[in-house]
Design a protein around this ligand. Sequence first.
Ligand SMILES: Cc1cn([C@H]2C[C@H](O)[C@@H](COP(=O)(O)OP(=O)(O)OP(=O)(O)O)O2)c(=O)[nH]c1=O
Length: 270
Amino acid sequence: MPIVRASFFGVETLRTSCRPPMMSSLKSALLPAFARSDAPSRETLRRSMARERATSKAEIERPRLVLASASPRRVTLLAQIGVTPDALRPASIDESARRGEMPRALVTRLAKAKAEVARDQIANDRDLADSYVLAADTVVAMGRKILMKPMHVEEAMATLQLLSGRTHKVQTCVCLITPDDRIRTKIVDTRVRFRYINRSELESYIASREWRGKAGGYAIQGLAGCFVQRLIGSYTNVVGLPLTEVVGLLNSEKFPIQYNWLRYAEVDRV
Ligand SMILES: Cc1cn([C@H]2C[C@H](O)[C@@H](COP(=O)(O)OP(=O)(O)OP(=O)(O)O)O2)c(=O)[nH]c1=O
């Protein structure tokens, strides 16, 4: 089925729609080959549960959340707002940028791909089929140049030299797939200015190995915090998950985000 875009409180929403009435016969012949469905094409447990939920009058139990991520930072950030995913389903996908692909397009494509892989993985899992699925992708960019996770020491050095004394942008796209397979995405930008990093600091930072597995070759929540002269926007966005926007997305899709907050007071009293 075709995909249409609609604006929902400023958040991009992709959902399946009915076939447009004026479709040429050529287009309708070609469409099945090119169309990408938001949902797995075959009938799955997830689909039948979504149908049941739509018609059921019975009270529905607490919704489950699957985090499509291997990033310990994302688990920690969710824990900070009292959310513990019911399962982790990291998606192993090719994260390289396509020729000429801009940072916004890249993070959106990757966050959606991660979420869709996880959604398809759980589609017939008895315990998780009707879960919400959350994924994110973070990149560091300087203008049009995307600074990926450095693969080796030389690349990490070059990346940090580029960031030294300049301002760059950190962009994260969050993707949420609801149990009835609506796909919602939100991109968040943060501007970060690094002070000048001298040679000896640079070498010590590289030796620390903290740059490994981090977009742009640094972790603001670690040693590199002392390189940051100015930050405009969301701090948690830089670490990998913009919490304000994640809560906004989950709330707007009726995921009970405050579920665990009520327990905090009980813990306090002990
Ligand atoms: C800039 C920056 C990035 N990062 C991390 C966040 C992300 O884990 C990583 C960006 O790579 P991502 O590809 O977004 O995430 P990931 O591969 O680590 O995990 P997954 O795809 O399984 O969710 O860089 C920091 O931890 N601190 C920082 O300051």
